[in-house]
Design a protein around this ligand. Sequence first.
Ligand SMILES: [Fe+2]
Length: 251
Amino acid sequence: MEKLTDLQELLKHELNDLYSAEVQLIEAIPKMAEKASNKELKKAFTDHLKVTQEHKKRLDEVKNFFDMEKVEETKGFFANLFKSKEGEEHCKAMEGLIKEAQTLMGEDMAPEVMDSALIAAAQKVEHYEISSYGTARAFARQLGFEKVYDILSLTLAEEYGADDSLTALAVGKLNRKAEIGEKLPGVKPSGQEKTAEPVEGKNTAPKKTTKTAKKTTAKTAAPRSLAKKVSKPAPKKHTKKTAKKTNRTSR
Ligand SMILES: [Fe+2]
């Protein structure tokens, strides 16, 4: 990589990185959709593929924006914005995240467990993108490129949206299905163990006060119809206690 001499150079680098990340994702998402068993999860991946293609187009738009409005006054500086030496534009972080997802997809898992694993892998990708778009737009604003800031903000909001949708699917029902997995009907699901401290932005359950937990349990606990489908319902007393303990919401 060439020496980066100022923030503008760093923005160029970040945009190249993002472009490479989106290109790699466009190739990876269909494989994740194919591997998903749950229809809603499959659809979430398929929908996000379209969104990701749009993100790539927006990055092209950023390039055009610089070409159209800045080339003249900067004597060609921005014309070279997306040009880089071989290998510079390849996002190794995204390559690693995708490789990890591919390894997971090659493991022997119950379909329900695979769905949760796919969500986990997809959320790692989303969090990387959220971080990268957030940083790039902050650089754009610092440099006074408000249009670029706005374009990147649109994408950033959609990355947050995708992350929230995955969280809703995970804690809404798919983690519950994975929890039961291939256990025989009547076998109690685990989950009474103390859970790890939640991390904001992950699909783990944030701690709530008892008051809040009572309010939101109806929205976030696994639907009764689901429990009936996948296993015998847990005893009433246990279900109530667990629901309060593991009340889950998105970010
Ligand atoms: Fe994206």
